[in-house]
Write a protein that binds this ligand. Structure first.
Ligand SMILES: Cc1cc2nc3c(=O)[nH]c(=O)nc-3n(C[C@H](O)[C@H](O)[C@H](O)COP(=O)(O)OP(=O)(O)OC[C@H]3O[C@@H](n4cnc5c(N)ncnc54)[C@H](O)[C@@H]3O)c2cc1C
Length: 503
């Protein structure tokens, strides 16, 4: 089938999906004002794959029938493939200012990364490896959009999932000849309203015992599967905005977040990838090599986002000529550093990429881990810098609709800035407000903090997997060298004193 058009993507969302928000069930996410903006933005991304000037940079030939499929599905066999894939991801990320964190390329690379290591899923039962390879080909060749849930709901984080008093996490309640039956909830399903498929995979460490086994699962189901429903957070879109230029990011890129609830959902065996296997679940992404591929995608997102925030900072500073001040230049230099740091790590991961056992080329892990750990703080600081640069101007600018109202002349006169006429200045400061101050921005900051896991536990994971031995050995060798140097010094001194003895 190959890459889909935006129209085909939108049509695919008009199904039996159960999307709930604000106490209502949504009948058509492509029309509902809380969802239509992001649905159209995603449709625009799919359409880019059909633009004759972009298509060669965004697709490759499916190994099944040669039809063009999205480059984010490529299994990299060389560093050049990684670069091609990054350039494709960057096109989508630039189009969304890096603000659609879960645009389909994220899950495309996620599924591809797991499928490349499918053999690991077949250790106990070969059919799970076959299921994963078949699922990857199905998603790739039909250009499907995926959401995913890795985390159990927040009920009692002081106890492992199998010892909760309130047993609300999704688990296997039954096996039949057709498949497994799932009951319970999972979070956080970003993009649920716009996805065709939900991938449920492990993340939290599980105890290796019988009681934990029902929670040790991995599978995929259609978003519209019978028994599956999604309960979304309220939208961050300002539905009463007088102009589309007032909240230009919120209105287009609210990708939504939801809890997925399974009310006895039947998952056919061919869609099961992990079955009652805590050992398989623990450390899955690092062990299979999928994590570096995923980190390569989101580091590209981070670069696009940093470039956007930097461009915004330059523009705001230039508008009112505050870039004449040294400390303002200092903040703009910080934005440059965040951008160039992210770019350098990304490029380093490609430069030091290496083929794994199956011939799949994996980007070097540590530069990407560094981005993963440092970017949340960097993004919060980027927002703080935009706030500091824009200051009162961010709340003094009115709706862009004023240019069509009775106060138009006053606004045209008094909102001029040294280097911007009033319409440009209002548009720019509304954009800056949306990027750094609005509830959309607050959600972006929360996203950056948590989308790839809890930073506290991630720091522990990084420390555990980092190869520390060469470094501790180096210190031990240095201490030994210092000690033997000191010993030699003492011996020489003693020898000298001996030599000076009076006859
Ligand atoms: C905007 C947004 C979008 C997201 N999108 C997705 C998505 O698309 N798919 C998906 O699967 N997930 C998604 N997530 C969820 C994300 O994976 C989790 O938020 C993340 O793994 C942290 O888990 P948690 O939210 O349950 O926090 P918790 O585990 O409840 O942690 C809350 C706080 O308690 C501390 N804490 C809790 N338990 C422990 C412990 N055992 N040890 C140490 N500290 C602990 C943490 O350090 C943290 O400060 C998203 C999250 C956000 C915020």
């Amino acid at each position: 089938m190959g890459v889909r058009t935006g129209k085909a993507f939108l049509a695919s969302l008009r199904d039996e999906r159960r999307i709930h928000i604000d106490g209502q069930r949504v009948t058509d996410v492509t029309q509902d004002p809380r969802f239509a903006g992001a649905a159209q933005s995603l449709a625009d991304l799919y359409d880019m794959q059909h633009d004759p000037t972009l298509a060669p940079r965004m697709t490759f030939a499916s190994p099944v029938d040669g039809a063009p499929v999205g480059l984010s599905f490529i299994e990299p066999r060389s560093a050049a493939d990684l670069v091609r894939r990054r350039e494709m991801v960057k096109l989508w990320m630039d189009a969304t200012c890096g603000m659609l964190g879960r645009s389909p390329d994220f899950m495309n690379i996620f599924v591809t990364g797991l499928a490349s290591a499918a053999h690991a899923f077949g250790d106990k039962d070969a059919r799970f490896a076959d299921n994963l390879r078949a699922y990857y080909a199905f998603v790739r060749d039909n250009d499907l959009c995926l959401t995913h849930t890795l985390v159990n709901p927040q009920v009692d984080r002081s106890k492992p999932v199998e010892r909760q008093d309130k047993d609300l996490a999704a688990k296997i309640v039954k096996e039949t000849s057709e498949g497994i039956v799932i009951r319970g909830a999972r979070m956080v399903s970003t993009l649920a309203a716009y996805a065709n498929e939900l991938l449920v995979m492990p993340s939290t460490h599980l105890a290796v015992n019988k009681e934990a086994e029902p929670y040790a699962l991995g599978f995929a189901v259609p978003v519209a599967a019978p028994g599956l429903m999604f309960v979304c957070r309220p939208s961050v879109i300002h539905q009463n905005a007088a102009s589309p230029l007032d909240y230009p990011l919120s209105s287009r890129f609210d990708e939504t977040d939801a809890m997925a609830v399974f009310e006895d959902v039947m998952v056919p065996w061919e869609r099961v990838f992990i079955h009652r296997d805590p050992e398989m679940c623990n450390g899955l992404y690092d062990r299979t090599g999928a994590m570096p591929q995923i980190m390569h995608q989101f580091s590209t997102k981070n670069l696009a986002k940093a470039e956007f925030m930097m461009a915004l900072g330059f523009s705001v500073a230039k508008a009112t000529s505050i870039d004449a001040h040294l400390h303002v230049q200092g903040m703009l230099a910080e934005l440059i550093q965040f951008t160039e740091f992210t770019r350098a790590c990304l490029r380093a991961s490609e430069a030091d990429a290496a083929p794994g056992a199956s011939g799949i080329v994996t980007p070097a892990t540590m530069p990407l881990w560094t981005v993963r750990m440092m970017y949340p703080k960097m993004f919060v600081r980027m927002c703080e810098i935009i706030q500091t640069l824009g200051a009162g101007g961010l709340v003094a600018v009115p709706s862009y609709a004023e240019f069509g109202g009775p106060a138009a002349e006053v606004v045209r006169t008094y909102y001029e800035a040294a280097n911007a006429d009033a319409p440009y200045r209002v548009k720019l400061f509304r954009l800056a407000f949306d990027a750094a101050v609005s509830s959309f921005s607050g959600r972006q900051q929360l996203y950056e903090r948590y989308y790839s896991g809890d930073p506290v536990r991630l720091a522990g994971a990084l420390y555990t997997l980092y190869d520390k031995d060469p470094h501790t050995s180096r210190i031990a060798q240095l201490l030994e060298a210092l000690e033997s140097g000191a010993r030699r010094g003492r011996e020489t001194e003693a020898g000298n004193r001996g030599g000076q003895k009076k006859p």
